[in-house]
Design a protein around this ligand. Structure first.
Ligand code: ADP
Length: 427
């Protein structure tokens, strides 16, 4: 029976959380979308349902989150986690407040903590204010985000605008004193009628203490950081055995490939580095704005090269070339065309025996996984923070996947991914 049931508001955020739980000793499976009715849930200690609810209309985000909660409850989970971005991506309409309100009501619970801190990635919360590195959230670049501009770093205020419930704060001075002090402060806020508590955290010691203090909370909300302390609660309660093999994945021998659709600076650098070692094809959707034709070109190229060395197929391009295609086709159409081509290429590569596939780009990964019909990923060891190897589970062929959000990963990520695969596989 799973112990912890998690609902994540986007795909790569779900993977990030799942990797955190595996890293702390829970066998974890990521479910893509709400599990359908009679579908039996997989064997795992933690389940993470990946939704696309971060920027969806409020009513849809709430409905999807409640459906996920219901499926996780039916599956036997006894504690629940609502995962959002460590930059608290939301607007005054939601969706963090409304989704958390709905989950609390469904669980018949009156209180939850909220902590997006993730010190390893520079996100810390001090006196309720969220910092990205040394900058306040509203001066970090997030104030210009196209969908969820964050113009206020005071999370007590930000969350208060999204809920009718009262929001309190557990400040640094309390968190620094550890588990018991935090637990008492949370209980006091709840007794004063607060529905939420923003909890300060500057380092991992704080996050572990917050995790320990929330062992009895039905719902915890936050970034993946605050989940690091939760597995230990289940071990202390005798519900979870030590699991040295939590990151174990069964092997899937076959060819290896990288598919890149992210145009982030990080991904462009990673492709440049991989090109020195792996055969690399750079697609030119501007010269050939036809998904079918791009896919045919890529397959003809790959068929001659699949072998002992991974092949790289990239649509990724620098900003001026991306802009040129967008001006030609429209922004949405440009993205959709390239995603369709990369999804078709991925499916054809798997049909030709590729079994280890690295995909770069959040939207790209979503399109590839949908194209492959993958609904579940068992999570293995992290290659770089937030990006683990995973293994698709279900009716398709055995397949190892690493799905990288654009900005993640070190410059040698694509090389490292294949070098480190052994760490996830059975001895
Ligand atoms: P990231 O995680 O970096 O945001 P995504 O995959 O989410 O990456 O988004 C990148 C988008 O850019 C995708 O929709 C992809 O199809 C599109 N894209 C990729 N290559 C090109 C290109 N050469 N021209 C225009 N758009 C492109």
């Amino acid at each position: 029976m799973p112990l912890l049931g998690c609902i994540a508001d986007d795909f790569t955020g779900a993977t990030d959380l799942a990797a955190m739980l595996v890293g702390n000793g829970m066998r974890t499976v990521q479910l893509i979308g709400v599990p359908r009715g009679p579908e039996a849930l997989p064997e795992a200690d933690a389940l993470v349902v990946a939704l696309k609810s971060r920027t969806a209309p409020v009513a849809e985000a709430v409905a999807d989150s409640l459906a996920a909660l219901e499926a996780l409850r039916r599956g036997g989970c006894r504690q629940f986690f609502f995962k959002y971005c460590s930059t608290f991506d939301s607007t005054d309409q939601g969706n963090i407040g409304p989704v958390a309100d709905a989950l609390l009501a469904a669980l018949d619970a009156g209180f939850a903590l909220a902590c997006p801190a993730f010190p390893a990635n520079g996100r810390s919360v001090y006196q309720g204010h969220l910092f990205v590195g040394s900058d306040l959230l509203n001066e970090s670049g997030m104030e210009n985000h196209p969908l969820t501009p964050m113009r206020d770093a005071n999370l007590v205020r930000v969350l208060s605008r999204q809920t009718e419930g009262a929001v309190g704060l557990v400040p640094y001075a309390v968190v620094e004193r550890g588990e018991t002090a935090i637990r008492q402060a949370l209980t006091a806020l709840q007794e004063q009628g607060r529905r939420y508590a923003i909890v300060d955290a500057l380092n991992e010691r704080h996050l572990f203490a917050i995790g320990a203090a929330s062992a009895r909370h039905p719902l915890i909300t936050g970034g993946s950081g605050v989940a690091m302390g939760l597995p230990e609660n289940f071990r202390r309660a005798g519900l979870l055995a030590a699991r040295p093999d939590a990151a174990f994945l069964a092997d899937a021998p076959g060819f290896a490939a990288v598919i890149a659709g992210s145009c982030s600076r990080a991904t462009l650098g990673q492709i440049a580095r991989a090109r020195e070692t792996f055969p690399t094809l750079e697609l030119d959707p501007l010269a050939r704005p036809d998904a079918r034709a791009l896919a045919r070109q890529a397959l003809a190229w790959a068929e001659e090269r699949l072998g002992a060395t991974p092949v790289v197929i990239a649509a990724s391009a620098p900003p001026e070339r991306v802009r040129a295609l967008q001006e030609k086709l429209g922004r949405a159409e440009a993205g959709a065309l390239v995603e369709a081509a990369l999804a078709e290429i991925s499916a054809a590569l798997v049909a030709r025996g590729v079994r280890r596939l690295v995909v770069a780009g959040g939207e790209t990964a979503g399109a590839v996984v949908a194209g492959l019909g993958v609904r579940r990923l068992r999570i293995g060891a992290a290659i770089d923070p937030g990006v683990p190897w995973t293994r698709a589970e279900g009716s398709g062929p055995p397949l190892l996947l690493a799905l990288k959000s654009g900005n993640f990963g070190a410059p040698d990520f694509f090389l490292k991914a294949f070098d480190q695969l052994g760490a996830s596989l059975a001895a």
